[in-house]
Design a binder for this molecule. Structure first.
Ligand code: PHE
Length: 344
């Protein structure tokens, strides 16, 4: 009986040693220490032993059970620890790895140019005004001294929605709306950025939808020299201090007199090159003194109030400033194009 117990102990300990999973250890526990196990069987056989032998054998059985039990517990703890360590190793984060770079966006070059122009005029005391892109014929043309049938309407081929409603062809209707809202009283100093639409075939320099920035100043004693000084300041701030400006007589139905402003070419500094088509000058914007008819239609008395207005295309300005050769780059939004305008 004693030999049998030693044998069972050896066997159980060997199996515990060999186990590599918790389940195997549980199997060993059930097999050797369970109610139907061999050790219980040995205990049952103790009835046949003599009274002197019985306590010694009982003690021996307990010793064997305890030996198996304690070795089992040790091994369970060992395996559990191994599982934890394995898990920790698998989940380790290498904090020294370089991070994934976050792609930062940037302002669209047109937005950047518009904001630059806005900032410049806000610095001179202007406010920003906006108006609808779907506009009444009245504000787009009539209130700007372009009655129905006026030949100058042809300068701006329009997308009509109904006879009286169209997609605005310029930002000048915002002038008319702002003056009307003022009720013919008090000064105005606004710039109006926004989208405009014309029935043009798209090519490198034309687009059926583009941006304009309009400027309007109304006050008492406003003169042509105020317009010239304002445009000069704008040209120098926008294109560099060494820029000269030149005003050429032009025609717009809503201004009288009307001018077009050129700046001295920033590429060749006036000598003549491809950008300025050999002239040394680059056309930037249209402007003029607000026509008395326009003032009158909005309720202002031209004897009391005068004003000047100007309109420019941010695309053209951005093209000149950044050397972009095709207006369509601004609308196709190729990321390779846009990324070049990331500001540091
Ligand atoms: N609205 C004119 C255009 O689109 C530009 C302009 C604005 C001219 C204001 C004079 C005064 O061509």
């Amino acid at each position: 009986m004693e030999a049998r117990l030693q044998e069972l102990q050896q066997e159980a300990l060997a199996k515990i040693e060999a186990a590599s999973e918790l389940k195997e250890l549980n199997d060993v526990r059930v097999a050797y220490l369970g109610k139907k196990g061999p050790i219980t069987e040995v205990l049952r056989g103790m009835g046949q032993l003599s009274a002197e032998e019985r306590p010694r054998m009982g003690a021996l059985v307990n010793e064997v059970r305890e030996a198996i039990q304690s070795r089992l517990e040790e091994k369970v703890a060992q395996l559990e620890q191994a599982v934890i360590e394995q898990k920790l190793a698998a989940e380790t984060i290498d904090v020294t790895l370089p991070g994934r770079p976050v792609q930062t966006g940037s302002h669209h070059p047109l937005t950047a140019v518009i904001e630059e122009i806005e900032d410049l005029f806000i610095g001179m005391g202007y406010e920003i005004a906006e108006g609808p892109e779907v506009e009444k014929d009245y504000y787009n043309f009539e209130a700007l001294n372009l009655p129905k049938g006026h030949p100058a309407r042809d300068m701006q081929d329009s997308f009509y929605i109904t006879d009286e409603v169209l997609l605005r062809t310029h930002t000048s209707p915002v002038q008319a709306r702002t003056m009307e809202k003022q009720g013919g009283k008090g000064p105005i100093k606004i710039i109006c950025p926004g989208k405009v639409y014309r029935r043009d075939d798209d090519d490198a320099t034309h687009s059926h939808q583009f941006m304009q920035i309009e400027g309007l100043v109304i006050d008492k004693n406003i003169r042509m020299s105020d317009l010239k000084g304002t445009l000069q300041t704008f040209a120098k701030k926008m294109f560099g201090d060494e820029r000269e400006i030149r005003l050429r007589p032009s025609f717009f139905p809503f201004t009288e007199p009307s001018v077009e402003m050129d700046i001295s070419c920033m590429m060749c500094h006036g000598k003549g090159c491809g950008t300025c088509k050999g002239t040394g000058w680059i056309e930037i914007l249209g402007a003029g003194m607000v026509h008395p008819n326009v003032l009158r239609m909005a309720g202002y008395d031209p004897a009391e109030y005068q004003g000047f207005a100007f309109g420019m295309g941010p695309e053209r300005i951005a093209m000149l400033k950044y050397g972009v050769d095709d207006i369509r780059h601004f609308y196709t939004n190729d990321v390779r194009f846009l990324q070049q305008f990331k500001r540091a």
